[in-house]
Design a protein around this ligand. Structure first.
Ligand SMILES: *Cc1c(COP(=O)(O)O)cnc(C)c1O
Ligand code: SF4
Length: 334
């Protein structure tokens, strides 16, 4: 039964794929849907706008400053030159190994499985990542496996992207199964925003093969604001937890979105209600185009202090920064 569930996921055209195709791609269409008149300023970009309807539904009607809208709106500020904001702020490209593997930290490697995401987050540190050259592909997959098999120091593979859940269940479940067969791999991790912006992605087909998976899986969701957590997302988290997956969350501290103690406190509480444990709160990676989201360390420390004073320890995320070349993420305490 286990082999069957892993080998033969549902191949019928999925509702979530249809929803992906119906996502908002024109700022004017999203503005009209939200009743924003006039349309707020925006710019065309190769990193185009992309917003699933299931996510737009959670935005406040008529509010150009809505914290969810701000995360996805291609603002003109993205094109104001900022010398400290780079194409590869976290030094990923220097740590690439054969087969689309990013190996920065001991025992853990990250695979960029796809460049595709259901949503385009304007602060994304991989918005300029050269996916075409560097992502894992079916043609390179044997090479990827060979590299992982040959390095017994690797205990954990982190599936990332883009968003790994943009891949079909058929592709993803087979790749994960092949990873699980590598003797020294102890666990797999999936970093994804797709259940958040498209809760219907967590359908029966996905849950069936996750439930049958032989190894422990941590799934790190990417939720930045309590307003993102609605009933469909809570239900999706419930289905995921029923598969045995461990649900964690990482958020990014973003100016104009969640950079105050009340927002962070509400987020932690809403996460726990949904069965998700806060893991990281990231300082912004200084990627070109994202300077308008920058939050000072001083503000971050004040927020963390307020969280520590008002929440149980397990609801306080670790404040972290990614420093190119460092042996781990840098934890900020103070
Ligand atoms: C963040 C990250 C990891 C995982 O770090 P943890 O502290 O274990 O969550 C691994 N590899 C890369 C390249 C990363 O950016
Ligand atoms: S879902 Fe993740 S990888 Fe995709 S655009 Fe958003 S932050 Fe970037």
């Amino acid at each position: 039964m286990i082999a069957e569930a892993l080998a033969a996921p549902d191949t019928s055209p999925s509702d979530w794929m249809q929803q992906l195709r119906e996502a908002f791609r024109q700022p004017s269409a999203l503005a009209a849907y939200l009743g924003l008149d006039p349309v707020p300023p925006h710019v065309e970009d190769v990193f185009s706008m992309r917003v699933p309807r299931a996510y737009a539904q959670r935005m406040r009607h008529g509010d150009p400053n809505d914290p969810l809208l701000r995360q996805v709106w291609p603002a003109p500020a993205e094109h104001v030159a900022q010398p400290d904001y780079l194409d590869d702020p976290v030094g990923d490209l220097a740590r690439l190994r054969e087969g689309g593997i990013i190996h920065k930290y001991q025992g853990r490697v990250l695979l960029a499985l796809t460049g595709t995401c259901a949503v385009h987050c304007r602060y994304c540190f991989r918005r300029h990542f050269p996916y075409a050259d560097q992502q894992v592909t079916p043609a390179r997959w044997e090479q990827t496996l060979a590299t992982l098999r040959a390095d017994s120091s690797i205990e954990e593979v982190i599936l990332s992207g883009g968003d790994p859940l943009s891949l079909s269940d058929a592709r993803l479940s087979v790749w994960m199964q092949e990873l699980a067969e590598i003797p020294h791999l102890r666990r797999l991790r999936i970093h994804t925003r797709q259940p958040v912006v498209l809760p219907d992605r967590v359908d029966e087909a996905l849950c069936d093969w996750l439930s049958a998976f032989p190894q422990p899986i941590a799934m790190v969701l990417h939720i930045n604001h309590a307003q993102e957590i609605d009933e469909p997302l809570r239900q999706a988290c419930k289905r995921l937890r029923a598969t045995g997956v461990q649900l964690l969350n990482q958020a990014v501290l973003l100016a104009g979105v969640n950079a105050d103690a009340a927002s962070q406190r509400a987020l932690s509480i809403a996460l726990f209600d949904a069965g998700v444990v806060p893991y990281y709160l990231h300082m912004l990676d200084r990627v070109r185009g994202a300077a308008h989201f920058e939050v000072s360390e001083e503000t971050a420390h004040k927020i963390m202090k307020a969280l520590r004073h008002s929440l149980p320890g397990y609801l306080v995320p670790r404040l972290a920064r990614e420093d190119a070349g460092a042996p781990s993420k840098t934890l900020l305490v103070g």
